[in-house]
Design a protein around this ligand. Structure first.
Ligand code: DC
Length: 219
């Protein structure tokens, strides 16, 4: 079984997808983490985040995996656990930049499809229902207002002990939305057959419950 969960940043996708995967006994795959790992690599190597040819060269022979282990989420860049280096706004923006480049998308989509082959997976991202897993049995598009999403990001960062300024985060959320929805290559868009769920006034538990009900999986 393949479940696709797409939507803008801060709509609650990753927490919901992880919980849904647990409830269904599926693997959870966070594709945003893979774009973040590419963004991190570009910053480390001083590669222009908008130079498609340079990024393509940079990715030759590179392996990226985003897996959930008993210790939590792990993002592996050539085997190195980079999880703690990618969860910040700066790398979020770098990820959004590299994600607009066709060769980056091609390389990551191929890794994602390969990883999903033959296993039950809940995958979250921006183009899962439209491009990575177009035949997924269940497709959801989670949304919330930019203000609610910025507030959630802010709370998440503060919970991790990071400094977070709400107006700055709101600006970055809006900037990233604009970039992700208007890019030429696989823009963030709801798949025609995806069910849209607005999460503004719902807790994580409630969203998971809504999705399980829509899948006919509630006891
Ligand atoms: O979900 P996230 O915030 O970790 O994603 C980081 C960036 O990666 C996001 O701004 C857009 C990009 N992305 C993408 O283009 N396609 C995906 N499937 C996942 C993420």
């Amino acid at each position: 079984m393949h479940v696709a969960i797409d939507g803008p940043s801060g709509a609650g996708k990753s927490t919901v997808a992880r919980r849904l995967a647990e409830a269904l006994g599926c693997v959870y795959m966070d594709t945003g983490a893979m774009y973040r790992a590419v963004g991190l690599l570009a910053r480390r190597k001083n590669v222009d985040e908008r130079d498609d040819a340079a990024l393509k060269r940079m990715l030759e022979g590179v392996e990226i995996r985003a897996v959930l282990s008993p210790e939590g989420q792990r993002t592996l860049l050539n085997g190195e656990d980079v999880e703690s280096s990618i969860r910040n706004q700066e790398i979020g923006m770098a990820a959004s930049n590299v994600a607009a480049c066709p060769s980056v998308r091609r390389a990551l989509v191929e890794m994602q499809r390969r990883a999903a082959q033959g296993c039950d997976v809940v995958m979250d991202g921006r183009d899962i229902g439209t491009n990575v897993l177009p035949n997924a049995e269940h497709k959801f598009f989670l949304t919330a207002s930019p203000e609610v999403r910025a507030r959630r990001r802010c709370d998440e960062m503060r919970a991790r002990g990071q400094a977070a300024d709400l107006p700055t985060i709101l600006r970055e959320v809006q900037e990233r939305d604009a970039q992700d929805t208007t890019r030429k290559e696989s823009p963030l868009i709801r798949a025609a057959d995806a069910v849209e769920v607005r999460t503004d006034d719902l807790s994580i538990d409630e969203v998971v419950e809504v999705l399980l009900a829509l899948m006919g999986r509630l006891p």
